[in-house]
Design a protein around this ligand. Structure first.
Ligand code: ADP
Length: 355
């Protein structure tokens, strides 16, 4: 639980007093544009995301702000609460990620220049962000290629995760441990429900790692439909493979890790702790420097990349809905005393209002 003292408040002064907004569009998202802005005094460039002020936007900003100290999460510099043409907006000033998207950078590499060791290093960076979030009981739930950006175009650039539009505070066990109920032993099914949201991020990690290793996604829809019933079934039943020749030289350790992350059963899927302790991630510097075909395959598939992105977006949307429902069911079935008490209370109120 975060104390009120730690909670940061948006500034209410006009953003334009401190920053000059430019016409340069850095990216388009579902919620509008991300544009460049410049700090008037320091002349430093930043990225500005404008959100209509509502409960969802507040949650996005609050969760992103809380974790923006992580080396592998895009840093929030300032947040303003300003009114534009009568509409309240939240203006988020972030560090400007000048290095662009992860897969563009891999695609731009010379053929054969991208190796399994570099792939492991990239995964190590992404896992650091997810570990930071999960250890603070936050699930990102929208981990996909376009949300992984590089600070600069230099070789030493840092890869960072952004866009907390679907982030969620996971059902924390602490909330059940009120002073009057601190159990010595808590059954696994009671600790259960929160794991679904986090397992969504691990599935994404598996898909992203698969694409990093070969340049195409593990699941394809056959007929160009964004998410066909066939594809949904393939995801649900875990029907994917490691085809030759692209996967021939890839180490079995890398394939095993992907299998663990793409396990169809969210409760059996690896947790972030398992992933970061995995030798291929933890000792990425010892991973073989086998050349991968990722750059070439990304180039060949350049035209279909928007479809790959759309498919992942839709798969994640489906998964969030499915897991939310599973979570409600799991909660419903759990026999946690405090929840039972709460449920009884709700029933009582319900019955009282009916009579
Ligand atoms: P949405 O939540 O609307 O999808 P995002 O936060 O994902 O918005 O931003 C949309 C796009 O804007 C990103 O895919 C990226 O290309 C660009 N972008 C976002 N944040 C930054 C940043 N800090 N620096 C540079 N470009 C950014």
């Amino acid at each position: 639980m975060l104390s009120l003292q730690n909670q940061r408040q948006p500034k209410t002064t006009p953003l334009v007093d401190d920053y000059e907004i430019s016409d340069t569009v850095l990216g388009l998202g579902i919620n509008g544009k991300v544009v460049q802005c410049t700090h008037r005094r320091t002349k430093q460039n930043y990225a500005l995301k404008v959100l209509l002020d509502n409960e969802k936007a507040r949650r996005e900003v609050d969760l992103h702000w809380r974790v923006s100290g992580c080396r592998h999460i895009v840093n929030i510099i300032d947040v303003y609460e300003n009114t534009y043409s009568g509409r309240k907006c939240l203006l988020v000033v972030m560090e400007c990620m000048e290095g662009g998207e992860l897969f563009q950078r891999i695609q731009d590499k010379a053929d054969g220049a991208f190796t399994e060791r570099e792939a492991a290093q990239i995964m190590h960076e992404i896992c650091a962000a997810i570990d930071y979030l999960h250890s603070r009981d936050i699930a990102h739930r929208d981990l996909k290629p376009e949300n992984l950006l590089y600070t600069t175009s230099q070789p030493n650039a840092i890869l960072k995760l952004t866009d907390f539009g679907f982030a969620k505070e996971t059902f924390s066990n602490d909330t059940l441990q009120t002073p009057c109920y601190t159990p010595y032993y808590v059954a696994p099914e009671v600790l259960g429900p929160e794991k679904y949201d986090k397992s969504c991020d691990i599935w994404s990690l598996g898909v992203v790692m698969y694409i990093i290793m070969c340049g195409f996604p593990p699941f394809y829809s056959n007929n160009g439909m964004a998410i066909s019933p066939g594809m949904k079934k393939r995801i649900r039943t875990g029907q994917y493979d490691f085809p030759d020749p692209e996967w021939t030289n890839v180490s079995p350790a890398a394939k095993d890790l992907i299998k663990g992350m793409l396990n169809v059963d969210p409760s059996k899927r690896l947790r972030i702790q398992d992933v970061i302790r995995n030798k291929w991630i933890a000792q990425f510097n010892a991973v073989p420097q086998t050349p991968l075909c990722t750059g070439r395959m990304l180039k060949e598939g350049e035209e279909t990349w928007p479809e790959v992105q759309e498919e992942m977006t839709r798969s994640l949307a489906t998964m969030r809905v499915d897991y939310d429902q599973m979570q409600i069911k799991a909660l419903d079935k759990s026999n946690n005393p405090l929840l039972t008490k709460r449920r009884k209370k709700i029933e009582e109120i319900f019955n009282a209002t009916r009579n």
